[in-house]
Design a protein around this ligand. Structure first.
Ligand SMILES: C[S@@+](CC[C@H](N)C(=O)[O-])C[C@H]1O[C@@H](n2cnc3c(N)ncnc32)[C@H](O)[C@@H]1O
Length: 294
């Protein structure tokens, strides 16, 4: 539903997702308990929440902006009053929008291979026939995320979700998401390329792009990779922001050189990562945190 000011409100029917999805709720909630993401997300940053809290603590009056929000581990961990969440993946942003609207999942969800593939077909039917913004698509997105192989989110060039069934001991599914509705009440959501994120000069930006050299950067969303040119464009875009900026990336030689040249302060750390398809092997990879104007 569109209100006269052009703001898209919850329970709207099929809004254009590659545009601003905003809410200005008349309610203001003061609770600020950290929440865990409701989705599994590759390179999710739940582990960074304690360290990020220290960087954020003196800036809580600001709006927190995540141009590559994924499952939004950092914003959910901080629970700011004001936030802007953006991602290029319209299905992911539709799920966030339904969390904001007050999601209750009422479709059947079963941990069963044949059921999974039927649900995947139904999701792809919706995704390719104008049903991207529906509650059913958001519910199926949650179900697929928790049932597919390693919680991956991968689409082919035709926009079809193509991750196979995941082998787990079992899956318990959540149906009620009321606590997220409270958290999201004053947050703005948008779906698009990071360069189109509507950033204000005072905003605190946390950017967590596909990592340099990673498989997700190579495959990208729906076959559109996040290549070296995108890494350079991102670093320059972040460097011209007058407010505080924190960004994560792989600590490759060219990434650390790029951010140093642009005047960022860098720290690096070794982070344990699953290294094989079963997720039972782990290795340490070097990660960078680059900071400016803090
Ligand atoms: C490393 S993940 C972010 C994980 C997130 N911090 C979390 O905790 O879940 C990177 C995200 O960037 C998104 N992305 C890729 N290319 C993008 C682009 N050009 N603009 C905006 N988002 C993009 C992907 O869809 C993915 O969700």
């Amino acid at each position: 539903m569109h209100d006269p000011s052009g703001v898209l409100t919850c329970y709207s029917v099929a809004p254009s997702l590659v545009s601003m999805i905003s809410s200005q709720s008349s309610f203001h909630f003061t609770t600020s308990t950290a929440l865990d993401p409701s989705l599994k997300w590759a390179s999710g940053k739940r582990w960074l929440v304690p360290e990020f809290s220290e960087l954020w603590s003196k800036h809580q009056h600001r709006r927190l902006v995540e141009p590559f929000c994924g499952a939004a581990a950092i914003t959910l961990g901080m629970r700011p009053d004001k936030a802007l969440l953006n991602d290029i993946n319209p299905h992911l942003m539709n799920f966030h929008r339904w969390l904001q609207c007050g999601l209750t999942i009422d479709i059947p969800m079963e941990y069963d291979e044949a059921f999974y593939y039927r649900s995947r077909d139904r999701f792809n039917q919706l995704a390719n026939n104008g049903g991207v913004s529906s509650k059913e698509a958001a519910s199926l997105f949650y179900y697929l995320n928790h049932t597919c192989f390693n919680g991956l989110c991968r689409f082919n060039r035709n926009g079809r979700f193509n991750v196979p069934f995941g082998k787990y001991k079992g899956v318990s599914y959540q149906r009620e998401f009321a606590e997220y509705q409270q958290a999201y009440a004053n947050w703005t959501l948008s779906a698009g390329d990071f360069l189109e994120t509507a950033v204000e000069p005072d905003d605190f930006i946390y950017a967590d792009p596909p990592y340099d050299g990673s498989k997700s950067a190579f495959v990208g969303y729906a076959g559109i990779p996040f290549d070296w040119q995108d890494q350079v464009a991102l670093a320059r875009w972040l460097a011209q922001h007058p407010g505080p900026v924190v960004t994560s990336n792989a600590a490759t030689e060219r990434i650390t050189a790029l951010y140093r040249e642009l005047g960022f302060t860098l720290t690096t750390r070794e982070v344990a990562r699953a290294i094989n398809s079963k997720g039972d092997g782990r290795d340490a990879v070097s990660e960078m945190l680059a900071i400016r104007n803090l």
